[in-house]
Design a binder for this molecule. Sequence first.
Ligand SMILES: Nc1ncnc2c1ncn2[C@@H]1O[C@H](COP(=O)(O)OP(=O)(O)OP(=O)(O)O)[C@@H](O)[C@H]1O
Ligand SMILES: [Mg+2]
Length: 313
Amino acid sequence: MNTSVAIQINGLTKYYGRFCALNQVSFDVREGDFFGFLGPNGAGKTTTISAVTGLANFQKGEVRIFGFDVVKDYRKARALIGLVPQEFNFDPFLTVEQILIYEAGYFGVPKREAKKRADELLGEFQLSAFRRFDFRKLSGGLKRRLLIARALMHRPRILILDEPTAGLDLELRYRLWDFFRRVNQEGVTVFLTTHYIEEAEKLCQRIGVIHEGNMIEVDDKEELIRRRSQNMIEIKLDRNLNDVPTELSEMGVRLGSGGSSVWVREEEKSLSKLLRAIHAHGIEVLGVHVKKTTLEDVFFKLTHNGNEPTHRF
Ligand SMILES: Nc1ncnc2c1ncn2[C@@H]1O[C@H](COP(=O)(O)OP(=O)(O)OP(=O)(O)O)[C@@H](O)[C@H]1O
Ligand SMILES: [Mg+2]
């Protein structure tokens, strides 16, 4: 048993009827990682999480949590995970505080200890004033915080977050980022799915990309970006062009949207030569801006057969 691997997924294959939602998915999440699990809508992220947490069966493959098989050793594996699901799934008859205490009870935490932890987490997430509320009276942001607090009641070693900041205002999102970082620094392995690629870029050091049920990348974030790095230079012009003069297009220059700027790959030609060529056409340059490759650019290419986003140009 390799205890430094928190989540080990091997050949995971899941069908919904005849539809293959996960096709031979394999990857590891190491203990202490902050892992970003990215993919377009319908890629299979939530299905993977459901298999990892034992909420969905699967036809082939194996999932282990710190060595415990999620099927054969379900309770041991599940007890190591705190799950923040994509959808709210609270019992409608419980108050905020009861939701936390019952969750701890499910994992065998004694009542007194559960009460103490609930107090701490209600304080941490500024939910104390709502402790006797029926959860249906909470706003979306409060419900999200309650989902996260609930996931932590049994002090899991892995925190799985399925779009935890969807629909939240900026301030709450930033506060949650700080919180997730802190939890991870304290040694909890964090597995995050999000459509805010910038969020993954800020928080995660490992990235996995899934597309139509297939894992297409797993790597360190820096390495993933470096391997596909293609910095672009944007040159703002003093007028709108309908098309790029032939001499410039031969230098790899492309027209930007609106026609008031042109783009070129950073290494295409020396910048001074390019600027001279633009001047020679009687065009003034108003500014030059280098756009570094971001995780978002890489993600877009990976999920669009290597093509650049057309909306950028
Ligand atoms: N219970 C189900 N029955 C049938 N098909 C399902 C079921 N749940 C999910 N699917 C299908 O499986 C595929 C993967 O869905 P999943 O929810 O895992 O995607 P996701 O990556 O989490 O997407 P999103 O970003 O929209 O949450 C989708 O095509 C979805 O329609
Ligand atoms: Mg999902």
